[in-house]
Write a protein that binds this ligand. Structure first.
Ligand code: GUN
Length: 284
């Protein structure tokens, strides 16, 4: 039987509606709507699309988005000054600096400067450390969104073998921490991993985030496994495809996410949850 689809379109909309209801209740209680500052430096086309989606979903969730669109030649000092201003601004609950930043700006330095209580991306070392220590505050959006999808399967993750393909700071590493927090047995694979196929063949849960089209072969997927594809790759023909061979993997998996229409939408929905959570923490 082919896999059931974990539909990011439907599930992300559910989450945004949930946040909307929470925001409406908060506003009805006399508080202002949560506010997210969205900082974009330069005009990278993919980043412009992502930032546009974030602003649109803010509107759907009842969250105020405050755009800071800066030219590509913005100095590091100017960006630092902006982040410090946003940290100090009581009318701002969340700060998102879209990555990648231009080469002349040190992204790690900027991320570390964001107030961890407003770090709705969950990228600050403080927030990664909290996640590693089983006391998460703000959790990185994509891995948290993947956990929401996994919950929707109704399958208990305790003791399951999970394989994360990719070890990036944004996806693979925090994903491994999330799965560990859910008490799965976690293997993190990367470019130096030997016999990736054998690792994936043993996995009850596979999360792929490497950014290489069709990198994970469908025949590697264990019958009944859950397959989460974080990759969003544009092919020469203009089509989007994931990191997993979707059709072949669907023959083995019990559950699978499509690309597009899977994890990408969950990342933005989770950003709305994080912004609401940050607003409540800052102003209970
Ligand atoms: N660039 C690619 N993904 C992300 C993300 O989740 N957050 C930010 N800030 N930049 C990104």
């Amino acid at each position: 039987m082919p896999a059931q689809i974990l539909d990011g379109k439907v599930i992300s909309q559910e989450i945004i509606q949930q946040v909307r209801a929470q925001v409406d209740a908060r506003v009805a209680g006399g508080k202002r709507a949560p506010a997210l500052a969205v900082v974009l430096v330069g005009s990278d086309p993919a980043s412009q699309v992502y930032v546009g989606n974030k602003k649109r979903q803010c509107a759907n969730a009842g969250i105020t988005s405050i755009a800071h669109d800066l030219p590509a030649d913005t100095t590091e000092a100017d960006l630092i000054a902006l982040v410090q201003q946003l940290n100090a601004d009581d009318a701002v609950d969340g700060i998102l600096v879209q990555l990648p930043l231009p080469g002349h700006i040190n992204a790690e330095k900027i991320i570390e400067l964001i107030d961890p209580n407003k770090d709705v991306d969950g990228f600050h070392p403080y927030n990664i450390g909290r996640l590693a220590l089983k006391m998460p505050l703000l959790r990185p959006c994509t891995p948290r969104g993947v956990m929401t999808l996994l919950e929707k399967t109704g399958i208990d993750l305790v003791g399951k073998d999970a394989v994360v393909v990719g070890a990036s700071n944004i996806v693979g590493r925090p994903q491994a921490l999330e799965l560990l927090l859910a008490r799965a047995t976690v293997t993190v694979c990367h470019s130096k991993t030997r016999d990736l196929a054998e690792k994936v063949r043993n996995a009850d849960v596979v999360v792929a985030g490497v950014g290489i089209p069709n990198f994970v072969k469908g025949e590697w997927i264990k019958p009944g496994a859950i397959v989460i594809d974080v990759g969003i790759n544009r092919l020469d023909n203009g089509k989007l495809c994931g990191d997993v061979e979707f059709e072949a993997a669907s023959q083995n998996a019990a559950w699978i996410t499509p690309v597009p229409g899977g994890v990408g939408l969950m990342t933005v929905a989770t950003l709305m949850q994080n912004t609401f959570d940050a607003a409540v923490k800052l102003n209970p």
